[in-house]
Unconditional design. Structure first.
Length: 430
């Protein structure tokens, strides 16, 4: 009876749709890539091949602090060394500095331009029934809200016979694995999170910690190398001109500048190297060392010096859990609001016609999805036409019965203007 009184016109031909909706409905439409709709604060370059942190500009400062002193060393100091040492040995000194700098720059980009170990976000919270142990629920947990099953803020896991608590990340909607933490700067959960380094503009995690340590260690050696040969150059000048150190510095001011610069920097990067050697030997991260103080209790990850070193430097680096260049069907702006569906919060059971940005999954709106949308719109309209819609004085409750503007646009293009128009008239009558 309702179908006879309020007939629904058939959907218009495909060529009558707007360009934006045709791209979403047509599975053969243009595609975008995951990095173009990434929710983190990262910066992508070369089509998603390189991923940097939001403070990638600091990388240029770090590069200049490394390259400029070496250029000055090779351009000014090395001339005296080439003349004082045998010809092939002088050139070897210069070549060693240049090659070392090149390797350090490559290590710097391996640290800052790759996925540090980002864990993909969930599209919706995990089911409480799947989490098993609920004994770790905190006493201040608010419980269920708006009818959505509550999740405990922590969960117990066992690592090498020691029970640890892992936290639930509200942003990524997942229980963080052990040693994982959410970086507030990059807005990602990073596996084996060590720290966010502003000098490289990237998080330091499981997939780039090895390169970070090699970068810091190599930079320390380069500073000591330049410092040592600047001292040698000053000594050669003192011997050649029979002068004191101050006169020698006047004859080679660049050597004096580099001596002061490398002396200061060596303390900084050298101290950082020594600290991370201690972390590697004890199998800790910077985050764990400052927060948990494993020296006061047993470290569940400490496997002994030899095994700790092997785990950091000689184990296989896991593949990235994210394919930033994966193609997604359709346009980056979804017709539907991913946080609401028909004016209500989207639950895991509702049809998911939008795309999951983090996992790189997007589904085009096919016939089944469109039929579900149409049925829900008609069911709401049918309730109103039959007078079964309850009266709501609260504007927030009334919003639950209203169709979003995006749904109206989609329905209009599929020929359901009549049903929505009747619904609007009923609202006007109320």
């Amino acid at each position: 009876m309702r179908g006879e009184m309020y007939p629904t016109p058939p959907p218009p031909p495909h060529h009558h749709l707007s360009d934006s909706n045709r791209r979403i409905i047509d599975s053969n439409g243009p595609s975008i890539r995951v990095y173009q709709v990434w929710k983190g604060s990262n910066r992508f370059f070369l089509g998603g091949r390189f991923i940097f942190g939001p403070d990638v500009r600091s990388l240029f400062l770090t590069l200049s602090l490394i390259v400029v002193p070496v250029v000055l060393f090779c351009a000014f100091v090395s001339q005296g060394l080439v003349n004082e040492f045998p010809h092939h040995l002088g050139r070897l000194i210069v070549a060693t500095a240049a090659v070392s700098t090149t390797c350090i720059v490559i290590l710097l980009f391996l640290v800052s331009g790759r996925d540090p170990g980002i864990i993909p976000r969930n599209q919706h919270p995990p089911e409480p029934d799947d989490e098993g142990d609920t004994s770790s629920i905190s006493t201040d947990w608010a419980g269920s809200q708006c009818g959505v099953p509550s999740l405990p803020p922590t969960k117990n896991v066992t690592v090498n016979g020691i029970v640890l608590k892992v936290k639930y990340c509200q942003t990524c909607m997942l229980y963080r694995p052990p040693r994982c933490s959410h970086c507030s700067i990059c807005n990602n959960c990073v596996e084996r999170f060590d720290h966010h380094c502003p000098w490289v503009g990237q998080c330091i995690g499981k997939r780039n910690y090895r390169y970070f340590f090699m970068f810091v260690f190599s930079t320390t050696l380069l500073c000591l190398y330049v410092f040592a040969f600047c001292c040698v150059n000053i000594m050669k000048i003192m011997e050649a001109y029979h002068c004191n150190i101050w006169m020698a510095l006047m004859k080679s001011p660049v050597s004096g500048i580099l001596l002061l610069y490398t002396f200061v920097v060596s303390w900084f990067v050298g101290g950082l190297t020594a600290f991370h050697i201690y972390l590697v030997i004890t199998n800790q991260t910077t985050y764990e060392n400052f927060r948990y103080r494993y020296d006061r209790k047993m470290n569940p990850y400490n496997l002994g010096c030899a095994r700790n070193i092997r785990e950091i430097f000689f184990s296989k680096i896991p593949s990235s859990m994210n394919d930033f260049r994966e193609k997604l069907r359709g346009d980056s702006s979804s017709i539907f609001n991913t946080s609401s569906y028909l004016g209500r919060p989207m639950s895991p059971e509702m049809p998911k016609t939008s795309f999951d940005v983090e996992m790189g999954k997007r589904r085009a709106v096919d016939a089944d999805d469109f039929e579900e949308i149409q049925n829900q719109i008609e069911s709401i309209g049918g309730l109103e036409r039959c007078g079964t819609q309850p009266r709501h004085s609260n504007s927030n409750e009334k919003a639950n019965w209203e169709i979003t503007r995006d749904i109206q646009m989609l329905a209009a293009e599929f020929g359901m203007e009549h049903g929505i128009g009747d619904r609007n008239k009923i609202h006007g009558g109320h």
